[in-house]
Every structure is written in structure tokens, then in C-alpha cells.
Design a protein around this ligand. Sequence first.
Ligand code: C5P
Length: 234
Amino acid sequence: MMNHQKQTELILALDCEDRKTALELMEPLQGHLKWVKIGLQMFTAYGLPLVQEIKTMGYNVFLDLKLHDIPNTVAKTILSLSSASIDLLTIHAIGGSEMCAYAVKARDESNPNLKLLAVTVLTSMNQEQMEVLNITKPIQDQVLDLAKMSIDAKVDGIVSSTHELKLLRENLGIGPLIVTPGIRPKGADLDEQKRVMTPSNAKQLGANFIVVGRPIYKSKDPLASVISILDDIR
Ligand code: C5P
């Protein structure tokens, strides 16, 4: 197996009920965990003030908004996010190469440290649903084509399912960042995730970041879970 990146970072998916639960979860993890992912639900409820609060705690923030709109609107949204100095942000590759390029330009002007990640095909989609959209090529081809288009538009990386890691690394090389959810430590509850991979396997296949939610926040001892995952990827 190939190992393309120096290190793999752990991102906690902060899929919490509310702000208080999220902050209580994060407090004891400070100094161990470096990254958290804030999704559409928490961002819709609490917005930039929560992002800023989490940044002040010392965490790097992955804001998973999966932006998809006309290029101008996506660019303006990125400018609006600049005050929070977020570190990773998702956009939908299906928005097209011009949308990706506008996003990159807005990032360059407002928050050069921000890395942009393209989402290709949602894992909730299957071949049948794609055909209704008149996308008849195999899903893996669609994933790869959208990934290549995004990287050509200077997007920094791709959000990938664990089973596409190998395909993407083989075709995109070592340059692009790859962030992957669908991670379960050995023996952990799968929840509804179907095809999962351990942290160390994802690292070996070239993931720069792994996103882990329930195995940490549902654990009786989230700090112990974080430490054990970090041990696995170091
Ligand atoms: O709790 P769990 O570890 O399954 O959470 C994984 C996180 O990654 C969630 O925030 C989920 O929305 C996200 N995700 C995923 N699978 C995808 C895309 C995103 O699990 N294909």
C-alpha cells in the first residue's frame, strides 16, 4: 500500500444537538484534538459567532457547507465567511469549473489560509438516482471527472468516501488534499455507515484528514477515543 502524505489529521464531526452540548464535548479535548467539522445544521442554528467561539478555543474549523450556487453568489459567501478565518470549506463540484474558480479567487482575496474542498457525488446517491438526472456513466467515473475538474480549477482537495481513496490518489497524484469520512476504529459500532475503514487504513491509502463523529461523541470517554484514534494514525 502507498503512503502519500506525511501525516493524517483527525477531524471531529460536531454533529451535536445544540451549542452547549458541542462546547461541553470540545472542552476536555483541547490540547489533544486540533480539528472540528461544523455542518449545515449547527451553522444554520448558530452561524459565525459559534465558529468564532470555537476558533478562539484554539480549534481549526472545517465548515462543511457544500456551497452550490452561481459563481458570484458562492464567491460573495466566501467573502462573508472571511471574518471567522475558517480553515477548510466544502463546495459542490457539480456547480462547475467557473464556480470553483470564483471560489478560489474569493478565497485568495479574503482568507488565503483557507483550503477549499470539492464534494463530488454524495454517497447517498446510487446509479439509479443518477440516471434520473441523465448521468449515465458509472458513479466512479463521475467522481473522478468532477475531482479532476475541481483540481484543474485550483481547488485544494476533495472530500472522498473511503472506497474512492485509492482511485483518487492513483489518478490525482499526491498533490490534492483528501478528506474522508466513513471511518470506524476496529470494533466500533458502524451506526448506519455501510462501507467503513479504520483510521490507519485510511491513512495508508492517502487520506490527509479523517472525519470521525459518533465513535467519539457517543463514546463514554470521548478523550480516550480521540487519543486511541490519534495513536492509530501516528
Ligand atoms: O458519526 P460519523 O463518524 O458517521 O460521522 C461522519 C460525518 O461525516 C458526518 O458529519 C457525516 O455527515 C459526514 N459524511 C459521511 N459520509 C459522507 C459524507 C459526509 O459520513 N459520504
